[in-house]
Write a protein that binds this ligand. Structure first.
Ligand SMILES: [Zn+2]
Length: 484
């Protein structure tokens, strides 16, 4: 990860000759144009014949200027379109080795576009390149100039600084998720938490295996026992200086590699399982963002970290775990381990008496079947679900509510224990997963569960995301807190 973009803001269109001018247009206009590269990017060849050439500061389109008619990206909301357009403009400028890019948005509601454009640039410029040879021909990042209406330089600089903070945290989440499991196990992820906590001034508490044992966190130990790398639980806390309005507890699943355990996954499903800790990474990223933005809300993040491996000591199908709260669970499938480790983190979370409790996890393949790769599933109490969906709309991360249908609790019955960790067939897997977790959240605790098995990573370029981790969830969780 290294996205180094410098920017400035002005209310007049600078006269730079060498730069690339990009006009982000919010409505279709009649241009005499030549389409090139793709449908969204259009080069202006003729400067006349523009119906309403009313650009900000009276700017006119020149030869060599490019514009993105955002209306052609109608499957995205306007702000997502701005992010995509800004990302594309910057990659084009890099390819053409331009030294600067000037961005103007021509739309009645363009106030604040600079934040969204910068978000597209910083998230779009990310690439997981730790193991790649440096590309000597890689062009420098061009300078970016945003031309904005109603300029208040100090406000805008603060806006952009905040946007940069958020994006850099999201990119660090992506780094964690993309890191191979050989170098990122539960202990290394714990070190990453310690680093974030130290840098951001968060308090931190770590449970190693002996503390997990003495305090009765049996599920993490059971899932982790098949790996030579022991499990961990980590709690990080942000306490505002002012009196806090409420207390939000965020819980993340952190399986640093999921082989499935003895219920071994087929090799194609195992390929991407270094990413089974994306929920924990999202929680870590959210805490980092929150610590930087300092909202008046107390926030605690708890991540349950383990590696799920098939070893002589691994848990077996049919084993029974007695959870810290006394509920026994028959492990019918060792590949449904995420919900097990989340139980320990949720039981810790409810001790803290949260006003809002949210867990986030790459929990079920069923969520991919139901919603595809672009949406996260969300289930739980309506108020929390609504707040999360709203935060998701604001950040461009879409959450779709699925029903927490109690009739499916039947499917989680076990002959030998209080509960089974999976049902007897593969239907409704996401709902069953959430119902299982709900069993460990006492009534009256406002709770929701987010399943990010789909959108936590992309296998090909999507919107402004390069193939790999997307950091999905960090912005949503931070947004939930910001809006309280
Ligand atoms: Zn699994």
């Amino acid at each position: 990860m290294s996205v180094v973009v410098t920017w400035r803001v002005t209310d007049v269109l600078p006269a730079e000759k060498k730069g690339l001018r990009v006009y982000l247009l919010a409505e279709e206009r009649q241009f005499f144009v030549e389409h090139e590269q793709n449908q969204q990017l259009t080069k202006v060849l003729v400067r006349k014949k523009i119906e309403k050439p009313v650009y900000f500061a009276g700017a006119d389109l020149n030869d060599g200027d490019y514009f993105f008619p955002l209306a052609s990206l109608i499957h995205l909301n306007i702000w997502e379109s701005v992010k995509v357009a800004a990302d594309r403009a910057l990659s084009l400028a890099r390819e053409m080795k331009f030294s600067s890019v000037i961005m103007v948005m021509d739309a009645p509601d363009s106030l604040g576009f600079h934040k969204k454009a910068l978000e597209g640039i910083l998230l779009g410029g990310y690439q997981y390149s730790t193991f790649k040879k440096a590309d000597k021909n890689q062009a420098q990042w061009p300078d970016v100039c945003f031309v904005v209406d109603n300029l208040d330089a100090a406000d805008i600089a603060a806006d952009l600084k905040r946007t940069e903070t958020v994006c850099m945290s999201v990119n660090r989440v992506r780094d964690l998720v993309d890191q191979p499991a050989a170098i990122l196990g539960p202990e290394e992820l714990t070190s990453a938490c310690l680093e974030v906590a130290q840098k951001s001034g968060l308090s931190i508490d770590v449970w190693d295996e002996s503390r997990l044992k003495s305090e009765g966190y049996t599920a993490l130990l059971a899932v982790g026992q098949g790996s030579i790398r022991p499990p961990r639980m980590v709690q990080m806390q942000y306490v505002p200086e002012a009196e806090s309005r409420s207390h939000v507890v965020l819980v993340g699943k952190g399986i640093t590699f999921d082989s499935g355990g003895l219920s071994l996954k087929p090799s194609t499903s195992m390929e991407e399982m270094k990413r089974d800790m994306a929920g924990a990474a999202a929680v870590i990223g959210a805490l980092e963002i929150i610590a930087a933005l300092k909202p008046p809300v107390k926030v605690t993040g708890i991540v349950a970290l383990a590696e799920n491996m098939p070893d002589a000591r691994a848990q077996r199908p049919g084993d029974i775990i007695t959870m810290k709260n006394g509920t026994s669970v028959e492990v019918k499938n060792t590949d449904a381990e995420g919900r097990l480790v989340l139980v320990d983190a949720l039981l810790r979370a409810v001790e803290l008496k949260p006003d809002y409790l949210v867990d986030i996890a790459t929990l079920t393949g069923a969520c991919l079947v139901a919603l595809g790769t672009k949406l996260a599933g969300v289930l739980g109490d309506q108020e929390v679900v609504d707040r999360l969906c709203k935060a998701g709309e604001e950040t461009g991360e879409i959450l779709w509510q699925l029903p927490l249908e109690p009739a499916y609790k039947e499917d989680l019955k076990s002959d030998a224990a209080d509960l089974a960790n999976v049902g007897s067939d593969r239907y409704g897997g996401t709902i069953r997963g959430a119902l299982f977790l709900q069993e460990f959240v006492p009534e009256g605790v406002p709770w929701a569960h987010i399943d990010i098995a789909g959108p936590s990573f992309v296998s090909k370029k999507w919107k402004y995301f390069t193939p790999g981790a997307t950091g999905f969830g960090a912005r949503v969780l931070a947004g939930l807190v910001k809006n309280l």
